[in-house]
Design a protein around this ligand. Structure first.
Ligand code: NAP
Length: 295
């Protein structure tokens, strides 16, 4: 029998993810706050529902890919949310980047309802999502993780099990996003140094990314920062600021000083203050360039 999955959040990430679920043969019921964004996935076979709770069936699986912690809590806890409908061993597969504490709170709530919560944030931008190349982290109860494995396999290239503590997948995700931000800032400062010496910054980007720093982050973001190509946004700068705030909250809670995250927070905040929230988060590099007199 074809398995039915509910999916909430058809943004930059959600849309290509639903496409892959459909390709893998799942029946997908979708909800998006702005209904027009469902057009393409509906044309590909998804079933659109107009009420949040209608994505969920007792015992079923609901994937969420909304922006942030507030949105996630709203779609679960709101009186019209799906949280209380997902009973009888149903699973909430929560793929947004949120605070570990939010995952712990949601896991406790779902347990009270007789359902499960699996935190499953991802590494990879919309292009990677479209190519089924996401790296998927997973934490939560083992029996629930086992049941969602075929769904995760339809979305990504590798799944990492981070144990049963529900917030731990989010801890790994936040640490990874912090390293991307730090790399973007470091690349920008080096490219600017090259430019100030009359060297083509795109050549600098290419040399670093094809020698000592030959990896996805330096290749992808190096090229964007080298070319100063920040639109359209694959990952909005406003979401980057959200993640930096989550990193600092967790650092604070665990008394783990992260001075570079504090610096990046101010850089992202200044970028939002300058109206760049809808540019790609690699546009955080514009602040260092402005400080160097290069914009
Ligand atoms: P996005 O394009 O901004 O989409 C956000 C989605 O959340 C939209 O469907 C939006 O609905 C929905 N939403 C926001 N607030 C809501 C609310 N209060 N109630 C119901 N729905 C709400 O974001 P995205 O880039 O797809 O990112 C989604 C999540 O994945 C975020 O947590 C992000 O940090 C994470 N992530 C993103 C990337 C990336 O490269 N983009 C990579 C890895 C992880 P509307 O359409 O109505 O606005």
């Amino acid at each position: 029998m074809t398995q039915e999955i509910g999916f909430i959040g058809l943004g930059n990430m959600g849309q290509p993810m639903v496409m892959n679920l459909l390709k893998a043969g799942f029946k997908v019921k979708v909800y998006n706050r702005t209904p027009e964004k469902a057009k393409e996935v509906v044309a590909a076979g998804a079933i659109q529902v107009n009420q949040l709770a209608d994505v969920a069936e007792p015992g079923g699986v609901v994937i969420t890919m909304v922006s942030n912690d507030q949105a996630l809590e709203e779609i679960v806890f709101h009186e019209k949310g799906f949280g209380k409908k997902l009973t009888h061993g149903g699973i909430h597969l929560s793929m947004s980047t949120v605070a570990p504490e939010t995952s712990r709170k949601l896991a406790a709530f779902h347990q009270e309802q007789g359902s499960y919560y699996v935190a499953s944030p991802v590494f990879g931008r919309p292009e990677a999502a479209a190519e089924q190349k996401l790296f998927i982290l997973s934490s939560g109860r083992n029996e629930a993780k086992l049941r969602v494995t075929p769904i995760q396999e339809a979305l990504g290239q590798r799944i990492f099990d981070i144990g049963e503590e529900p917030g731990n997948a989010n801890v790994i995700k936040l640490g990874g996003n912090f390293m991307i931000m730090a790399a973007m800032e470091a690349m920008t400062e080096s490219f600017n140094l090259a430019e100030k010496n009359g060297i083509d910054r795109e050549l600098a980007a290419e040399i670093y990314a094809s020698t000592l720093f030959n990896c996805t982050v330096y290749n992808g973001y190096g090229s964007m920062i080298g070319k100063r190509n920040f639109e359209p946004a694959g990952f909005k700068l406003a979401l980057g600021l959200k993640d930096c705030n989550l990193v600092l909250e967790e650092a604070n809670a665990k008394q783990n000083p992260m001075p570079i995250a504090s610096l990046l927070h101010d850089t992202l905040l200044a970028s939002v203050a300058k109206g760049r929230e809808n540019q790609d988060w690699s546009a955080l590099s514009r602040i260092a360039s402005e400080n160097a007199g290069l914009e």
